[in-house]
Design a protein. Structure first.
Lengths: 160, 547
């Protein structure tokens, strides 16, 4: 009668696997101003910017979503660069390595998400930016040097 | 090369202070891991200021000590107190306790009939150009300078020219802070000071949120370096640009008092892309009244001490935490006799039992007021200030993460969120229920681990656990219950419940329900060296015990 648990002890144990992000679609990088649902932003819409709470150059938060690639949790390089569409002025650029998270809930379930990506307007003051039409380009490069790039154009509006 | 001894911004080398145990310098609290970074923030929304206290730990020669931290606005500097950190550690360190619940009447006779049954070992033997000087001043033991620069290379050249002797690798790490127009606070020890004089540094500056300049830390970070952040303010603090992780309680080894908590945090942060914080504690600071400076402290009692013995005993009675600063006070007030040092005794031995060395204590020149002055100046005032800091804010949040150097690419920032649950206790409980409804021997009873989220995990009996050569936690680990370490990964902000990115709760509940069922999460031990052969060998033993 007590044999069953012992036999169970001998059985092979396979820890349950976490559902991976789907790789059965073409690679896609999506970009949207933070708080704007993916797929709803239209070029020419507004994007907010403001002073980062910790101080320093103004920033604009954006959300990134990647699908169709695997192993994004092993590390990617995120690059952001912005220009003023009308004047051609450089509105700052930055890059940093990070890892993405495979979402399993919400509208982004099955996609890789980057958390709170902040474009920084290095060299610019808050009052120099409102009303400018910014072209923001974002690229994500994975460990195999596969690079995805996308961009949007948005009118900068200072957040309250 | 001096650069190896560099202590950059917030870089804290592991320092397990070796203090004798048995008296004044015995750790009277729970053992606490002091390795890693610790920062305390007080965020004053009304004034628009942030006050930061940074614990500075350093091992190396005094003349090599150098410390640099970028700050968004010009700060005012002050010496802080170790007592602040030790008080916050002891009051907010997560603790994991297993409560026991017995269903039915367990037969405990075997405890007395066969004492070896209590000893798992009986069956289980196998078993770390443009640099401007904005201000210069002496702060506590430090010579400080506040700088601004237009290029990181020039900043580095300036610092090296001023004797900081920093590695060139710092250039690229400083660059984003220079580009951001930040100020740089640089410290060296003042002449005559040594590393034993190091105290936390305090800074107050204009800002609306707390942020840790972690990128600079990457220069000298240790692998999986713990980062603990305390935020004082109006509401519960949350990571703003890092993810928030909720720990999978099944990943905690409840049977060892949560000794693997740091590992769980490390894994959970990794699951959040290397940028995640867990909340260790959030609660009102009313719980911290007297946490740093005991409410019973009164210098009048000390001033009235007739001799050094009475003075030190009065001091002991106040419950001050042992610290290097306290030891320094004692050494100044009641000098440690060279004769005892020659005998191999330590100052801690001496002060822990002053009356044991009566003949070595000079009472003829005793001045209680002078001794208390030293105490007040070198210790109590700092504690008073630290206590005032805690008292000035209604709520404290403690958050923990773990980062490798390559993950230190984004400075974590913290904001307040009044909408989510505000209280997170640091004391966590699970219940272990023993089912002896049929009068089983305790070692054969079915046991169920009940977690706070309601999951019930049926564990092997003690006998089966011993037979497996592993532990209850091993069984849960092999059954996949301890993975993932983060049961929820969420993006929190200044309001609302945030956005959930990963939620494993339903699956975890299902895993828990299935655990212990035949062929699922079977509690076997698959550790190398403990294969089926060993388990088969133990089978007759298990069966024999059933007889």
């Amino acid at each position: 009668m007590r044999l069953l648990p012992v036999i169970a002890l001998l059985a092979a144990c396979e820890p349950p696997e976490r559902a991976p992000c789907a790789v059965d679609s073409d690679p896609l990088l999506e970009l949207t101003p933070s708080g704007v649902p993916f797929g709803t932003f239209v070029d020419g819409d507004e994007a907010y910017y403001g002073p980062p709470p910790q101080g320093g150059a103004p920033y604009s938060p954006v959300d990134l979503r990647v699908s169709g690639l695997e192993d994004m949790d092993k590390g990617v390089l995120i690059e952001l660069s912005a220009v003023d569409v009308d004047s051609g002025e450089d509105l700052g650029s930055l890059s940093y390595p990070t890892r993405l998270v495979c979402a399993n809930v919400g509208d982004s379930a099955g996609n890789w998400l980057a958390n709170d990506v902040h474009h920084r307007f290095y060299g610019w003051e808050l009052d120099e930016l409102p009303g400018r039409l910014m072209a923001l380009t974002v690229a994500v490069t994975d460990q195999t040097d596969q690079r995805l790039e996308t961009s949007f154009e948005a009118v900068l509006v200072q957040m309250d | 090369m001096r650069s190896l001894a560099l202590a950059t911004a917030l870089v804290l080398m592991p320092t397990a202070e070796a203090l004798a145990c048995g008296g004044f310098f015995c750790n009277r609290e729970f053992p606490i891991d002091q390795a890693g970074e610790e920062v305390v923030f007080g965020v004053d929304d009304k004034l628009g200021t942030v006050t930061t206290h940074v614990s500075i730990a350093y091992q190396g020669a005094s003349e090599d000590f150098a410390w640099i931290v970028p700050v968004s606005e010009q700060p005012s500097l002050f010496a802080s107190s170790d007592a602040l950190f030790s008080a916050l550690r002891s009051r907010t360190e997560p603790r994991f306790s297993l409560q026991y619940d017995y269903a039915g009447e367990c037969n405990w006779d075997i405890l007395y009939d066969d004492e070896s049954a209590l000893d798992p070992q009986a069956d289980n033997d196998g078993v770390t150009g443009g640099v401007s000087v904005v201000a210069e001043e002496q702060v506590g033991p430090y010579d400080t300078v506040i700088l601004q620069a237009t290029s990181s290379a020039e900043l580095l050249t300036w610092l090296n020219g001023a004797g900081y002797d920093l590695p060139n690798t710092l250039d690229s790490v400083l660059a984003p802070y220079v580009a951001d127009g930040q100020y740089f606070v640089a410290l060296k020890l003042s002449a005559g000071q040594d590393t034993g004089d190091l105290v936390p540094l305090g800074m107050t500056y204009r800002a609306s949120a707390a942020s840790v300049p972690i990128q600079l830390t990457s220069v000298a970070a240790t692998p999986d370096m713990p980062l603990t952040v305390y935020v004082l303010g109006e509401h519960r603090a949350v990571p703003d640009n890092y993810l928030h992780v909720r720990i999978n309680e099944a990943a905690i080894d409840w049977f060892s008092g949560g000794s693997n908590y740091r590992d769980v945090i490390s894994q959970a942060a990794d699951e959040a892309g290397g940028h995640g914080f867990a909340t260790d504690f959030s609660g009102p600071t009313s719980q911290l009244v007297g946490a740093v400076l005991p409410t019973g402290y009164s210098r009048a009692n000390l001033d009235g001490a007739a001799d050094p013995f009475e003075w030190i005993e009065t001091l002991m009675g106040l419950g001050l935490p042992p610290s290097a600063a306290l030891l320094g006070v004692l050494e100044e007030a009641i000098p440690f006799p060279q004769a005892l040092a020659d005998q191999g005794l330590t100052p801690q031995n001496f002060y822990d039992c002053l009356r044991c060395y009566t003949e070595y204590v000079d009472t003829t020149t005793w001045d209680a007021t002078a001794a208390t002055d030293i105490l007040e100046q070198d210790l109590i005032q700092g504690m008073r200030d630290a206590q005032a800091l805690l008292d000035a804010y209604p709520r404290l949040t403690r958050m923990t993460s773990s980062l490798d150097a390559q993950e230190m690419t984004v400075d974590p920032m913290f904001v307040f969120n009044p909408d989510i649950g505000q209280d997170v206790p640091n004391q966590r409980y699970a219940t272990l229920r023993w089912d002896c409804t049929n009068g089983e021997d305790w070692s054969r009873a079915t046991r169920t681990l009940i977690l706070s989220d309601g999951r019930e995990i049926q564990l092997p009996s003690l006998e089966d656990t011993w037979a497996s050569g592993g532990t209850e936690f091993d069984a849960m680990e092999d059954g996949g219950l301890t993975d993932p370490a983060a049961i929820v990964i969420e993006d929190l902000g200044v309001s609302g419940d945030g956005d959930m990115m990963f939620d494993y709760r339903d699956q975890a509940a299902e895993d828990a329900a299935n655990f212990g069922q035949e062929g699922v999460g079977c509690g076997c031990n698959t550790a190398p060296g403990l294969g089926g052969g060993l388990l088969l060998g133990l089978l007759p033993l298990v069966l024999r015990r059933r007889d």
